[in-house]
Design a protein around this ligand. Structure first.
Ligand code: SF4
Length: 178
């Protein structure tokens, strides 16, 4: 296991005193910089910043940052959830490191796709089968890694195969945080 020991700190961000949202960080006893390229290859919507030794990711409305000796999350509803999320992120890093032989690391800094760029490739029928009121709402959720392409059944129709392939290039499915 890569990360075995860490210290957790949960706090209310100083820029938002009194807000009922929390931030948390885990200070690590090992350097995880090498794992960031593997996470970059597998986490949908992650942005890799090699010069800063960091990778940022947005999941479920939470802002997550992986650094060489630290993992942080913010905009979390309560303290308990913040700690639980950090534990899930640490498990994700350990799992990714253990599976690195099956992953081609990526050192590219990917631009997050805009909702409009995604919308252009969706069927644009506003059929609601994805649970969203419009294709644009679905595009917004895809852009922020809150939905998977599989949630749009229309995309599996043969006539959308080219669009689906382009979307799969644009957004990478995130593994479960377990
Ligand atoms: S299921 Fe697909 S086509 Fe239907 S509204 Fe959602 S994104 Fe649009």
């Amino acid at each position: 296991m890569l990360i075995e020991k860490y210290d957790v700190e949960v706090f209310t961000p100083p820029c938002d005193p009194g807000a009922e949202r929390y931030a948390a960080r885990a200070r690590l006893n090992v350097d995880i910089f090498e794992v960031l390229a593997y996470l970059n290859a597998t986490l949908r919507g992650a942005i890799y910043h090699p010069a800063a030794k960091a990778l940022t990711w947005k999941k479920g409305g939470h802002n997550i940052a992986f650094h060489d000796y630290e993992i942080a999350t913010s905009n979390v509803e309560d303290r308990e959830m913040a700690v639980k999320e950090l534990e899930g992120l640490i498990a994700l890093v350990n799992r990714t490191w253990e599976n690195r032989a099956q992953i081609v690391p990526s050192h590219d800094t990917r631009q997050r796709p805009t909702p409009m760029a995604i919308l252009k490739l969706l069927p644009q029928t506003n059929c609601r089968q994805c649970g969203e009121p419009t294709c644009f709402n679905f595009a917004l959720r895809l852009a922020t890694a809150q939905k998977n392409l599989a949630a749009c059944p229309s995309l599996s129709e043969p006539k959308y195969s080219n669009q689906l392939a382009a979307l799969q290039e644009m957004v990478i499915d995130a593994p479960s945080m377990g």
